[in-house]
Design a protein around this ligand. Structure first.
Ligand code: SF4
Length: 684
């Protein structure tokens, strides 16, 4: 087994410079110093530096040390202010500094700064800071395609570790779309050299080992690049990650390393492989004649079948093994097909187990019919995309509804998972204005496809279109079904002084204040508030004028139903004066029951005007004279609830012939009242 190390690999100029500077300072200071975030993206090297006294601090508030190193990735300008009380040693790589300067200079000239890179990477966060809120980070053409920057001046830069091929594609796209464009190829030469060198080596070997931090962007780029050649690629951090089984049948292994991988880790990796190589060579045994014949037959069978398979074909297979960076799929061929983890989904794949399960049947598109090991290189992501395009096109043409999960909030809207990314503008996420789009993340919602372009693989969706349609359908159904006498559920939409408008599901009905309760309701807000879900009684429906009258009190028992049992004639009640009329006053006995005290029943002495003896709101005691639940009337007497002065009794005797034919609004005749008084006198 041959082991070849790529001529350009490992520590780059910027990282070497930062590590050297940090080591010199800590040696000179003779006490620990801090680095804001890890100095470089390599955990093993960070541990070594920590042991020397360079302590990584993720949070500015946690920094106890006096001296602070700014790492190679750089920081946004505000961080310098936040650290003004510390002694700063700026280790930002000069190449990164250059990108920050470009972003800052052009932002000041009112350019929109487009940054190709990972918006969560510290380097991109720093550049966004220098772009003075005029920066937009994007990861690929698809994301860029959703941005509408028409009429804006564009300055395009890239994260220093980005891929050149991708950069060139983006430039072609931007040139065709934005006339006011300036482009700076900010991909660093160290990155380019490492990518070129890894690409050339990957095309010559059977297995590529890419060594470097799993969180290192440039190492990830190298691994992706090697996989694109179709060669089996393993991204490892250290020698201990190597598995002996990887080297079965391997003739040549290539080794490359990210710009933040120190030489000592690369040396350990090579040493470990040398040991494996010796073991493998010792263990090789020749197969028997029978085994050889069997293998030959199997191979011929597989070959016949596989001669027909070509790149672009979509195959169905079963997942047989899930590794950290690839998934093996049995597609019935001579060997398993390989899906590199970045080909599992267009979403970020951190753990392949989140996307497939062993035994699961999946579809995958053939990227390469056979690599140097005889494995087919497959992509589930692209097969899903092909399937999604068919589904989207059908939904677009038929104006049908599709379900999709909201996965990300982006500028101007959200991205949804439709087997590929679909874009929903913010204004089409609901029927009204949506303030917080984050609330939809993770939700599976219904959409219509309102724009579709197969060539550009672009789909624009609308949830509003679905909601509008549902609204119209509900409205028509409601008008068809609603009848007086029904009880319906609704949501209080709007409150006015005279009532509340209740949405019954596409149509609003009016709940008048007088229909809200049996008692007196001063304002509709005392009973309901906007957003309340309530049950209402349909009082009247006018389909022509599209008006619906609703009631609430009809759904609760009337207090008159039990009034006769509760208030028998002769019993005493306490109530409040709620209305004064020339002929008497009305007293609220309980909400919904007002009793009349006739002017003659207000006091033993003669009363000219009711206002002379009572006032609105006054609490009074009164005797029940009569209750008529059917007519909803109750007659009361305040004077009967008090003891009669002696002078009044004599007066009463003199008035025995008082006329009795006059009928009061309460239904009690004055004769009844006088008769009662005479009885009282007799009893005395
Ligand atoms: S990869 Fe390039 S930009 Fe990044 S630290 Fe190294 S030299 Fe600087």
């Amino acid at each position: 087994m041959q082991i070849i190390v790529a001529p350009y690999s490992g520590f780059c100029f910027g990282v070497k410079r930062a590590v050297k500077k940090g080591e010199e300072i800590v040696e000179k200071e003779q006490r620990p110093i801090a680095s804001l975030g890890p100095l470089i993206h390599n955990p093993q090297e960070i541990t070594r530096l920590k042991n020397k006294g360079i302590i990584p601090r993720d949070n500015i508030n946690d920094i106890e040390e006096k001296k602070v190193l700014i790492r190679t990735h750089g920081v946004p300008p505000e961080v310098y202010d936040q650290l003004k009380d510390k002694q700063l040693e700026d280790c930002t790589c000069p190449f990164v500094k250059k990108v920050q300067q470009i972003a800052n200079e052009y932002a000041k000239q009112d350019y929109t700064i487009l940054i190709m890179g990972n918006k969560d990477h510290p380097e991109v966060k720093g550049i966004l800071g220098w772009a003075l809120n005029k920066g937009i980070a994007f990861q690929d053409l698809e994301e860029l395609n959703h941005l509408n920057l028409t009429g804006q001046k564009i300055c395009f830069v890239a994260q220093t570790t980005e891929n050149t091929e991708k950069f060139n594609k983006v430039v072609s796209f931007l040139e065709g779309k934005y006339p006011d464009l300036v482009v700076f190829n900010t991909i660093c030469s160290a990155t380019l050299e490492r990518q070129k060198s890894a690409w050339e080596l990957a095309n010559k070997v059977d297995l590529m080992l890419v060594v470097g931090g799993l969180n290192s962007a440039n190492t990830q780029q190298l691994a992706d690049l090697c996989r694109k050649t179709g060669v089996l690629t393993k991204h490892i951090e250290k020698a201990e990650d190597i598995e002996e089984a990887w080297f079965d049948g391997i003739n040549a292994v290539g080794v490359t390393a990210g710009a933040s991988t120190p030489d000592w880790i690369i040396e350990e990796v090579v040493r470990t492989m040398e040991e494996i190589k010796n073991n493998v060579e010792e263990q090789v045994t020749e197969p028997t004649v029978e085994e050889t014949t069997e293998m030959q037959e199997q191979w011929e069978q597989d070959m016949t079948k596989y001669e027909e398979v070509k790149p672009g074909d979509i195959l169905t297979g079963k997942v047989v093994q899930i590794n950290n960076d690839e998934v093996l799929v049995d597609v019935g061929g001579k060997s398993e097909g390989i899906i590199p983890s970045n080909e599992l989904s267009y979403r970020k794949v951190e753990n392949p187990n989140d996307f497939v399960k062993v035994g699961q049947e999946i579809k995958a598109l053939v990227l390469k019919a056979e690599n140097s090991e005889g494995n087919m290189i497959l992509s589930k992501r692209r097969a899903d995309q092909e399937e999604a395009l068919v589904k989207l096109e059908k939904a677009f043409e038929e104006n049908s509804i599709i379900e999709a999960e909201v996965i990300e909030v982006v500028k101007g809207g959200v991205l949804v998972d439709v087997g590929m990314r679909g874009f929903v503008p913010a204004s089409l996420m609901d029927r009204g204005y949506v303030e917080n789009l984050e609330q939809f993340i993770g939700q599976k919602l219904k959409f219509k496809v309102i724009e579709f372009n197969r060539k550009d693989r672009k789909a624009v969706l609308s949830r509003k279109a679905v909601l509008d349609e549902e609204y119209e359908q509900n409205k028509a159904k409601l008008w068809n079904e609603i009848e007086p006498g029904q009880t319906r559920k609704g949501v209080v939409q709007r409150i006015t002084d005279f009532g509340a408008f209740v949405d019954l599901g596409g149509v609003d009905g009016l709940l008048h204040v007088s229909e809200m309760g049996w008692g007196r309701v001063n304002h509709p807000r005392d009973v309901v508030k906007e957003g309340d879900q309530i049950e209402v009684y349909v009082l009247a429906v006018d389909k022509e004028k599209e008006r619906i009258s609703l009631g609430l009190k009809q759904l609760i028992p009337s207090p008159w139903e039990t009034a006769a049992q509760k208030y028998s004639p002769g019993s005493t009640i306490t109530g409040k004066v709620v209305r004064i009329a020339p002929f008497g006053v009305f007293v609220e006995v309980e909400p919904g029951i007002d009793g009349l005290v006739h002017i003659s029943q207000l006091a033993w002495e003669r009363v000219e005007k009711p206002e002379d003896v009572v006032s609105i709101g006054q609490e009074v005691e009164a005797k029940v004279l009569d209750v008529d639940p059917e007519k909803k009337r109750m007659s009361l007497s305040i004077k009967e609830a008090t003891s009669r002065p002696v002078k009044e009794k004599k007066e009463a005797n003199r008035n025995e012939s008082y006329p009795t034919e006059h009928i009061e609004p309460s239904g009690v005749t004055i004769g009844d009242v006088v008769g009662d008084i005479l009885n009282d006198i007799k009893n005395e």
